[in-house]
Design a protein around this ligand. Structure first.
Ligand code: SAH
Length: 219
């Protein structure tokens, strides 16, 4: 599959949605998303849609991946430092992150998906990407402190461990369950940005999103 033309159309759409960080747009253009989904779904890989990846989980919409990575980078010049991703899934966002950060630690609680991500990512030989199997609610203390932490699953509350493992000046981007959702909405998650500053943490709630739930323990 020669996917570069459809991928550059995807990147144009992402830019039209308001993502302007050149590093992010380049990374989105550089990762072959069709390699991260079942071959039966490959023809949908460059549409702005989430797709099933097995075990009841989904690969996030490319537009949302770009939006969240842009928020995580927060306009920083050059590459981000060390980043922790909670919820490797099929490994797509981890690959995007590896192109915009110096080191990426990505943790997944489902063994089947951790193994799948490893297989999907092997041909890309991303030496700065470290895949971990475990409960991301505990973070990953060995890689801390992180310049950025990004979650691909939404919980009711933010684990304190994440804030503890964030560097001073670091930023956390995560979907979170929020109260007071629009009526009729099946989920009530919103994107949340947390900045760790010497004056304390500053939290901002942004647009509604739909992510799979954050769960504790491994399986
Ligand atoms: N970034 C992924 C999105 C995967 S969906 C991609 O690009 O494909 C979110 C993932 O988070 C699921 O695979 C789910 O199993 C995982 N997850 C949920 N709770 C978790 C936890 N506590 N620790 C690690 N992974 C978790």
């Amino acid at each position: 599959m020669d996917s570069s033309a459809v991928r550059s159309r995807m990147v144009q759409k992402i830019a039209a949605q308001g993502v302007s960080d050149v590093e992010v747009l380049q990374a989105m253009g550089g990762v072959e998303r069709h390699r991260f989904v079942d071959s039966a779904l490959a023809n949908q890989a460059y549409e702005d849609t989430s797709l099933p990846i097995g075990l009841g989980q989904t690969i996030s919409k490319p537009g949302v991946v770009a939006r969240m990575v842009e928020l995580l980078r927060n306009g920083s010049a050059g590459k981000l430092g060390r980043v922790l991703e909670i919820g490797t899934g099929c490994g797509y966002q981890a690959a995007v992150l590896s192109l915009v950060a110096s080191e990426v630690y990505s943790i997944e609680r489902l063994r089947g998906l951790h193994d799948k991500a490893r297989d999907n990512l092997r041909p890309m030989r991303l030496a700065n990407l470290h895949l971990l199997f475990g409960d991301g609610m505990q973070g990953y203390p060995k890689g801390a402190p992180y310049a950025g932490i990004i979650a691909a699953a939404g919980g009711e509350a933010l684990p304190q461990t994440w804030i503890d493992q964030l560097a001073m000046g670091g930023r956390l981007v995560a979907p979170m369950v929020v109260a007071g959702s629009a009526s009729g909405s099946s989920s009530n998650q919103a994107l949340m940005v947390l900045d760790k500053t010497p004056q304390g943490v500053r939290q901002t709630i942004l647009e509604p999103v739909h992510f799979v739930p954050l769960k504790s323990g491994v399986a």
